[in-house]
Write a protein that binds this ligand. Sequence first.
Ligand SMILES: Nc1nc2c(ncn2[C@@H]2O[C@H](COP(=O)(O)OP(=O)(O)O)[C@@H](O)[C@H]2O)c(=O)[nH]1
Ligand SMILES: [Mg+2]
Length: 252
Amino acid sequence: MSRKKAAKGKAPNSSPSAGSPGGKGVGKAARSSPSIVQMNGVVHPSRPSISSSNEFYDIAFKVMLVGDSGVGKTCLLVRFKDGAFLAGSFISTVGIDFRNKVLTIDGVKVKLQIWDTAGQERFRSVTHAYYRDAHALLLLYDVTNRSSFDNIRAWLTEIHEYAQQDVVLMLLGNKADATHNRVVKREDGEKLAKEFGVPFMETSARSGLNVELAFTAVAKELKHRFMKDPSEKFKLHEYVNKEMKGAGCCRT
Ligand SMILES: Nc1nc2c(ncn2[C@@H]2O[C@H](COP(=O)(O)OP(=O)(O)O)[C@@H](O)[C@H]2O)c(=O)[nH]1
Ligand SMILES: [Mg+2]
């Protein structure tokens, strides 16, 4: 597979960005760049590509973060991208548009373009195009906030209605570090995830617990689906269950 390269800061896309959060960047780049080839909704720049972090990549996917306001979507993204935790309330009102990160999965450079809602989720007005463009969705609740957990069913209804049928979906119970304020038990999250047949893990943007794992698992699933190599069986549920660590343990 040849390595791809694109202009720095350009964000190739699988579909036009109409209605995407921020409404800029991804779709614009795709429309203005005839070099981008699309197959199965996966981006293949036809010339060598380099992500905004100056890393070459082979394939690219869009991952979206969803869930109630305040559950830690922006912090999770910042933790994954920059390895830092942003405390304080200012970030919850601002939000960011997207960040790119390239992961190497079995020798293949997989670029994840991870989209964060820019506060629209406060008003439950996340545009439907936001879901439609997604190859993967990370659905978050906050283990210290019961209503964010109760709202997961409503989010799942939206997702089933508007997202692509084969979207890779994972449920994350964030803020697992906040043991004293916890109101949602881990088993509750597991039960709900089982009911809907989605992989589940608890995460912490603060400690880093399972953050890398959540994104890596999604990247692995997307890469395996794309490669469609029958000799390389990959089971997202099994991988997550094997690799996941509890809040009391050590994985970051
Ligand atoms: N203890 C703890 N606090 C977190 C965690 N993730 C986010 N927060 C805090 O929760 C608040 C909301 O986070 P934010 O990322 O803005 O949520 P968003 O609205 O879903 O994007 C902020 O004050 C964060 O510092 C976490 O893993 N643990
Ligand atoms: Mg946010």
